[in-house]
Structure formats: structure tokens, C-alpha cells
Design a protein around this ligand. Structure first.
Ligand SMILES: Nc1ncnc2c1ncn2[C@@H]1O[C@H](COP(=O)(O)OP(=O)(O)OP(=O)(O)O)[C@@H](O)[C@H]1O
Ligand SMILES: [Mg+2]
Length: 247
């Protein structure tokens, strides 16, 4: 079953009297429980695609459908709950003067209802942290702990889809891999679908079911993560794989 669909999505930005075509008619689907990787060179439109899906910006053309229903730019509370974005800079995504528990409670109460209890211990456990860290302020956590808490906050509202834009690029290499693996496990256990934007094709190959490769605002190739990365059809994908493996 398809959870999310993008049809002919385009986005033009105007900058100093120039039009930048950040996205040029992209069609894609995300299936129930699927983890979809999104890769491509810098500036290819990956973040733009996620911003349109999350409703942070309106598309210039095209439509986004959730369970087959077209979404308008102004989302309902239920639609906000269904799609949760996790950002690269986790500390900045939390209110500096609220404890993590307070921030999570605010999100749950806004999106699921005032009387819905928050299971702090279970959430901390889900992301592999001791429950007492819930009472801390964001600046009292390490970058990796804060990113785990951002995952906990997203999962606390029981989303159907997680949108993750390079969420570990601010962390050291070993915590990057740990957190992405944790996130993939959480998605599989909760049957949550996800789009992972990552430069790391090795990570995509390990954790994602399918991958889409973008270039210059268009999709150039897609398929099972293993197949696209091991045996790319397009020259561009081949170069991308080579350049990443060299690093
Ligand atoms: N608000 C904006 N105004 C003008 N141009 C923008 C804006 N946001 C993005 N762009 C341009 O749109 C194109 C796509 O940007 P986008 O951020 O989607 O790329 P990306 O694939 O996420 O790159 P990266 O891997 O570097 O994060 C780029 O050329 C970028 O400069
Ligand atoms: Mg980006």
C-alpha cells in the first residue's frame, strides 16, 4: 500500500531576479513501512523535496497525496502528526528553556490531545538513553543524545512517516552509524515509513529498502538499494557511488 505520493512536484525559487529550478517534475511513492533512501550531489533538490512533503514550503506545481488524499499547503493537526521531520541540528530544534520532557509533552499535547499521557521511560528506552536525561535541558546533552531525543519526540506522536534530512551529519562517524541503525530498527518495529536523505551510500545500502538518486532537481534512477548501488544503470549514479566509496 502506498502511504505517500508526490506527483509532478516542482519548486522554483527566485533569487536576485534569477529563477532556480530546485525541483523539476518529480514523481515518487513511499510504501507502507518502507525506508526510502534519497541521495544525489549537493544542490540536487533532496532537502527541497522533504520541505515540500513536510509542508514547510508550498510546491510551485504538482501535488502530494497522503493515503491517496491530496494535501493542501495548510495542513491539519492530524496531517502534521502523520509526518514528522527530524532535523540535522537537533539541539536547535528543541526550545532552549524547556526540558526535553516538557518539549516532548508539548508536541504530544498539540498533536495527539491534551489528555494523552507521555510515556517518558518507554521513549527514553526506545532511543537507548537513561530516563533521567528527559529532565535535562537541550544544552545539557551531547549532540548524539540530543539527536536521539529528537527521534523520541518524533515517535512520541506516533507518526506514519519520518522525514530525516542528513540527521547525523553533525555527529562523529561512529555515532552516525549507531543512530541511523537505531532509527531504522525503530521504524521497522513500529511499522513507520521513512525517507532518509544521506550522502552515505553505504548506510543507504545497509538500512534502506529502496533508493532514489537525484540530480539537478530530477530523479535519475531508483530501485532496490542493493541493486542501484551495486549495479547502477546511470553513469551519474556510478560516479556518485565511486566518489563516495573513494572518501
Ligand atoms: N530558499 C531558497 N532560495 C533560493 N534557492 C534555494 C533555496 N533553497 C534551496 N535553493 C536552491 O535549490 C537547489 C536545491 O537545494 P537543496 O537544498 O534542495 O539541495 P540538496 O540536494 O539538499 O543539497 P545538499 O546535499 O547540499 O543539502 C540548490 O541550487 C539551492 O541553492
Ligand atoms: Mg540538503
Amino acid at each position: 500500500m502506498t502511504v505517500l505520493e508526490g506527483r509532478a512536484l516542482s519548486k522554483n525559487y527566485r533569487h536576485q531576479n534569477r529563477v532556480i529550478e530546485a525541483l523539476r517534475g518529480v514523481d515518487f511513492t513511499l510504501e507502507d513501512g518502507e525506508i526510502l533512501g534519497l541521495a544525489g550531489e549537493s544542490g540536487s533538490g533532496k532537502s527541497t523535496l522533504l520541505k515540500l512533503v513536510a509542508g514547510l514550503e508550498p510546491p510551485s506545481e504538482g501535488s502530494i497525496l497522503l493515503h491517496g488524499r491530496e494535501l493542501s499547503y495548510r495542513r491539519t493537526t492530524e496531517e502534521y502528526r502523520a509526518m514528522q521531520m527530524i532535523f540535522q541540528n537537533a539541539p536547535a530544534s528543541f526550545h532552549p528553556r524547556r526540558t526535553i520532557a516538557e518539549s516532548i509533552a508539548e508536541s504530544v499535547h498539540n498533536l495527539r490531545g491534551k489528555n494523552v499521557p507521555v510515556q517518558n521511560d518507554a521513549l527514553a528506552d526506545m532511543v537507548g538513553l537513561p530516563p533521567e536525561l528527559m529532565g535535562r535541558y537541550p544544552r545539557q546533552l551531547s549532540g548524539g543524545q540530543c539527536q536521539r531525543m529528537a527521534i523520541a519526540r518524533a515517535m512520541a506522536v506516533r507518526p506514519e512517516i519520518l522525514l530525516c534530512d542528513e540527521i547525523t551529519s553533525a555527529l562523529d562517524v561512529s555515532s552516525q552509524a549507531q543512530i541511523l541503525r537505531l532509527l531504522a530498527d525503530i521504524c521497522r518495529e513500529n511499522h513507520t515509513s521513512a525517507i532518509f536523505v544521506s550522502h552515505d551510500l553505504a548506510v543507504i545500502r545497509c538500512l534502506c529498502d529502496r533508493v532514489m538518486i537525484m540530480r539537478n532537481g530530477s530523479l535519475v534512477e531508483e530501485g532496490s538499494a542493493a541493486q542501484v548501488i551495486q549495479d547502477p544503470k546511470e553513469e551519474y549514479t556510478r560516479k556518485l557511488v565511486d566518489s563516495v566509496l573513494k572518501i
